[in-house]
Design a binder for this molecule. Structure first.
Ligand code: ASP
Length: 417
């Protein structure tokens, strides 16, 4: 069972490496236009295929997963464990990010001129993002928005939090109806779930080509500058992500389960690569589910429950990134942050990451919530825009790793591994 997955992993890795080389060459030779016009669409096709299955997959698997847990007590217990794990690891991630940013001080001591150059180098995209961020509703509206006024609209717009709300609500109600009267409904959605998973398996064969095209396009577009600019800040974010993934998840897995750490990371790699290539945990979700069930041995019931929730709610990488970014921007603008303000960052970044969609660049928009909460200028978003894409790719990897580690821990605690 395991071999084909590992072979696929090798192929995706080759696709990734070739994408970087191809993109760099295209950038050097001045033909990034060609890559963007003709190669990028291949990557976009892959993303569209995988996005196509996300809403039905989340809905069907969460509904079946919730209904399959049978009694509301068990559901409540697993739900509570899952949410507790997600919130705790996210809060740890922000705290780690804050610690690193405060120790390394990546934004301190920048001359006024350097700061001006950074802000001026911002692109129109960054301006558009700042405008969007300014419109970002208050946290109460974000929470209220979880309840869909119109369920059909939630599906059409692919509003994941709302889709999750409907699936959980319907799944819980299904467990309350006695006498197997709803078995046909559950059977139908089980069928939908199986079809979607089969579609994912077929789409995954295209993953190496998709990842190649996506990575080639990013590198051709930005060139090596994306890797060199804002080095210190990027290094702090990436170091934080690596530390979080290397310390927090292995510790949790070691404490709560018997899973081998090496096997965990090997098993989840294909999902990490898709998350890296697509910068989206939602796009990676089908693969995360497949890897967690097949390679890590987590039961379908727990996967169906914990992973769709995690892909939307649990964003440790994003929260860590938001913590570092807020401190970095405050340092660039020479604003000191008090201990109380840093605590506010922990709280708001944890909540903001819950409200972040598992989509590319979603985290930089909700970063506005965190910046606003401590009075750091939103214009700071422009400063970090240049390295946004690469950091987005990296934090998405941590986001999906966190989801999978939660599934392992919860499954182990339920003796379902
Ligand atoms: N791209 C991230 C994800 O999908 C979210 C973010 O922008 O931080 O996991």
């Amino acid at each position: 069972m395991k071999r084909p997955k590992l072979q696929l992993y090798g192929k995706i890795l080759i696709g990734l490496a070739l994408g970087v080389i191809f993109g760099l060459l295209a950038n050097r030779l001045g033909c990034s236009g060609f890559v963007l016009d003709y190669i990028k669409p291949l990557g976009s096709a892959f993303i569209r295929l995988i996005s196509m299955v996300v809403v039905p997959l989340v809905f069907a698997s969460l509904l079946v997963g919730t209904a399959g847990l049978n009694d509301v007590r068990k559901l409540g217990r697993i739900g509570a464990k899952t949410l507790a794990y997600y919130l705790c690891t996210t809060a740890i991630a922000v705290t780690l990010g804050l610690l690193l940013a405060n120790i390394v001080k990546p934004g301190a001591g920048l001359s006024g001129e350097a700061r001006r150059a950074l802000v001026e180098s911002r692109s129109e995209q960054a301006d558009a993002q700042i405008a969007r961020a300014r419109e970002k509703p208050a946290i109460t509206d974000v929470l209220l928005n979880i309840i869909p006024a119109n369920p059909i609209q939630a599906f059409v717009e692919g509003n994941m939090l709302q889709v999750i709300f409907i699936a959980l609500f319907a799944g819980i109600c299904l467990t309350m109806i006695p006498g197997g009267r709803c078995q046909p409904v559950i059977g139908f959605f089980e069928g939908v779930n199986d079809v979607v998973i089969q579609m994912v398996r077929i789409i995954m064969r295209l993953a190496p080509y998709g990842v190649f095209a996506l990575v080639a396009a990013v590198v051709a577009d930005f060139g090596a500058s994306i890797l060199l600019a804002l080095v210190k800040y990027s290094v702090v974010v990436i170091a934080g992500l690596v530390l979080h993934a290397a310390i927090v998840y292995p510790s949790a897995i070691r404490i709560f389960s018997r899973q081998k750490i090496g096997a965990f990371f090997r098993g989840i790699r294909p999902a990490q690569l898709i998350a890296f290539g697509s910068a989206s945990s939602s796009a990676a979700l089908p693969v995360t589910m497949e890897c967690t069930e097949r390679n890590l041995g987590v039961s379908r019931k727990i996967c169906s429950f914990a992973l769709p929730l995690g892909a939307t709610l649990n964003m440790d990488g994003t929260a860590l990134y938001q913590g570092v970014s807020t401190v970095f921007i405050a340092q660039v603008y020479d604003l000191g942050l008090t201990a109380a303000q840093q605590l506010t960052i922990v709280l708001t970044a944890t909540l903001a990451s819950v409200g972040t969609a598992g989509a590319p660049a979603a985290g930089i928009v909700t970063l506005a919530i965190v910046l606003k909460s401590v009075g750091v200028p939103l214009e700071g978003i422009a400063i970090i825009w240049g390295v946004e894409r690469i950091l987005d790719m990296c934090r998405s990897v941590v986001n999906v790793t966190g989801d999978a580690s939660c599934a392992v821990v919860v499954a182990a605690s339920e003796k379902d591994l």
